[in-house]
Design a protein around this ligand. Structure first.
Ligand SMILES: *Cc1c(COP(=O)(O)O)cnc(C)c1O
Ligand SMILES: [Zn+2]
Length: 402
């Protein structure tokens, strides 16, 4: 049992309602009766490591559509910690989900809910990863998926996934924010089920990142969690997970939530720095990190609250800084991520330099998507392969050349 509650006016909706936002326009939150939920972390360890082991804190009671999402590794990164100058850095590598991004955690819940509500078609706008994820769960559920992508601004690996898994892929001559506003209209008119992160069921799946971090740190709470922010759903979701664990007595406090955006697409960071109640949407967001190339994040209000309530912070990084962090993760730790994901590490580096993060802290960086999502960016960021004649001499010359 749970209710959908408006974060602005408190209006409530039922489990069976097909709603994404309140009549007043406010975002919806899913609220459980926590006094009736018991979480035994020892017992949970015996279960398969997927999102669904936390089913008592998920809003689906019946059948669910799963491709074994979640249960991603939390790597202790000593070489990165030494480089950045922090006692302990852990990386939660969400690139190791079924499609290679954390979006799978939200979609397993979202598509399960679509079936429960009897919806016949699912749809989303996407900077890429949401479309890949919707495509696989649509395929598994046996219902059509429609995805709207901003033309020319989606990394190749993501389009490839959406196409091969059978989604209807539309390339919109506009940016992500425009695609999202169009798909919202389409869903209202055609009774398609909208699975962008404005849909609160998506966030319920994604909050399990928070649960897993606490579990993997043996119930210790890191001082900070740093992650990229685009549409601002994930920072909201992970914070909700941490808060629910305090509600249930699993932990006694929450980590500081730190949201990182690219300099060219940073409405959340600006709002935090200006102490503004709401964001100013940006008309032409631009960054190499296409997954977070978003100027008007729909979950802004929830995200600002998560960052402020947790005593966290927000910072920008340049494209150059995030590509350097992508290299550091790859070459110091063996962790391959797409550009947006590297903003977490680039942001942490900057916050340490600024003295905002202390060297004594234990920090978790979330890397949201896999390196192979955006092979084009990687080819451009790295030296070309060395072409040599097929002789041992030519190979030796190349191997030992400076
Ligand atoms: C979706 C996505 C983000 C941004 O997450 P939001 O919930 O929209 O803030 C960051 N990185 C990657 C790789 C993503 O796919
Ligand atoms: Zn309302």
């Amino acid at each position: 049992m749970y209710s959908l509650e408006c974060i602005d006016c408190g209006n409530k909706y039922a489990e069976s309602d097909v709603v994404y936002t309140c009549e007043c326009g406010g975002l919806l939150d899913i609220i459980y009766d926590y006094s009736n939920i018991n979480i035994d972390m020892e017992k949970l360890r015996l279960e398969p490591p997927t999102v669904w082991k936390y089913r008592d804190l998920l809003p689906i009671k019946g059948k669910h559509v799963t491709i074994y999402e979640g249960g991603t590794p939390l790597y202790k990164c000593d070489r990165l910690a030494e480089l950045i100058g922090v006692k302990e850095i852990y990386v939660k590598h969400e690139g190791l989900n079924p499609t290679g991004s954390f979006k799978d955690r939200g979609m397993t819940v979202g598509v399960s809910k679509a079936l429960e509500l009897g919806m016949k078609t699912v749809a989303c706008a996407s900077t890429g990863n949401t479309s890949a994820s919707l495509a696989i769960y649509g395929a598994k559920a046996g219902i059509p998926a429609i995805v709207l992508l901003p033309e020319g601004k989606v990394a190749m690996g993501k389009v490839a996934q959406a196409l091969m898994h059978g989604a209807k892929v539309l390339s919109i001559k506009g940016n992500f924010d425009e695609a999202l506003s169009l798909v919202r209209k389409l869903c209202d008119e055609e009774k398609f089920y909208l699975l962008n992160s404005i849909n609160p069921y998506r966030l319920e799946g994604q909050k399990t990142i928070g649960f897993e971090i606490i579990d993997q740190l043996n119930l210790n709470v890191p001082s900070r969690v740093v992650l990229p922010v685009g549409n601002a759903g994930n920072v909201t979701a992970i914070y909700k997970g941490f808060k629910e664990f305090t509600e249930l007595g699993v932990t006694d406090h929450v980590p500081k939530m730190c949201g990182i955006q690219a300099e060219g697409a940073s409405p959340i960071v600006k709002a935090i720095k200006n102490n503004a109640e709401m964001i100013e949407p940006e008309k032409s967001p631009e960054t190499i990190a296409t997954a977070i190339r978003i100027g008007d994040p729909v979950n802004a209000k929830k995200a600002l609250r998560a960052i402020r309530e947790s005593n966290g912070t927000a910072e920008t990084v340049t494209d150059e800084e995030l590509v350097q962090a992508q290299r550091d993760l790859a070459q110091l730790e063996g962790i391959g991520v797409e550009p947006a994901s590297a903003t977490s590490v680039a942001g942490l580096k900057k916050l340490v330099k600024q003295g905002v993060v202390q060297s004594s802290e234990t920090v978790v960086c979330v890397t949201t998507g896999h390196l192979l999502k955006d092979p084009q960016e990687v080819i451009e960021a790295c030296d070309k392969p060395i072409v040599v004649d097929a002789t041992i001499k030519a190979i030796r010359d190349a191997v030992f050349s400076k």
